[in-house]
Design a protein around this ligand. Sequence first.
Ligand code: DGL
Length: 260
Amino acid sequence: MNKQPIGMFDSGVGGTSIWKEIHELMPNENTIYLADSLNAPYGEKSEKDILELSIKNTEILLSRNCKIIVVACNTATTNAIDYLRANYKVPFIGIEPAIKPAALKSKSKTVGILATKGTLSSSLFHSTSENHASGIKVVEREGTGLVNLIETGKVLSLETKKLLEEYLDPMIAAGIDYLVLGCTHYPYLIPILKEMLPDNVKIIDSGEAVALQTKAVLEQHKLLNLSMGKSNLEFYTNAEIAVLSSFVDDKSTTVSFLDF
Ligand code: DGL
C-alpha cells in the first residue's frame, strides 16, 4: 500500500484530460496536478526552455513526495522525458501522439496529426513516426493558437473553429481516416472536431493508454495505493484558479494558486 500521490504536470489545463482518465481508472489514488499556465504555450518554446520548465515542475512534485510523475504534456514528453528519466529516481510516464495505433488501423493509409510545433519538431516524434508509420502518409499540422484559446476558456468559440478549419482542410483533402490529437489540450476540442470532420474520420488520443500504462508501472513497482479511503486530489495553477477549476468539475478536488 502506498499513499504517496501521483504527480502530474502540463503547460496548463490540457493535462486535466489525462488526469480524468487516471482518476477514473484509479479513483483511490491521491494526485497532485500542476498547471504551468503562466508559461503556456510550451509548444512555441525552445527545447532548452521546455527542458528547464519540465525540471522545475518535476522538482516541485518531488518536493511534495510524489511516487511517480506523469508528464501530461506531449511537448514536454517529446523534449524532456529522456533527461528526466536519466536524472531522477521515480518512474516517469510520458505521452506521445498515438501515431502507431492510427497507422495500424488506417484503411486509407493516410492519417492526420495535430500537435504543437515543439512536438512535431522533436527527434522523439520523428523516430516514432519513422518506426511506426512507414508506408503511411502522415499529414502534420501545428495547432498554433489553439492552446492559447483553450487556456483562456474560448474552447468552443468561432475563433477556435476558424483555426481548426484552416488546419483540418488539408487533412480532409488528403483523405485521412484517422486524426491523431497530439496535445493534451486538444481532447477538449472533440465536440467541435466531430462537427467538422467527415463521418468516416475517427479521432484518436493517448489519454486512456497513458492511464493504463501508469497503473501497470505502479503495479510493477509495487506502488499502488490499495486503501479504500477517500482520495486527496490537489490542483495548483500559477495563473487563474477559475480557469483551471472549470476544467476539473469534480467536487472532491481542491484548486489553489501556487507561485511557481
Ligand atoms: N498540453 C501540451 C501538449 O500536450 C500543450 C503544449 C503547449 O503548451 O503548447 O503538448
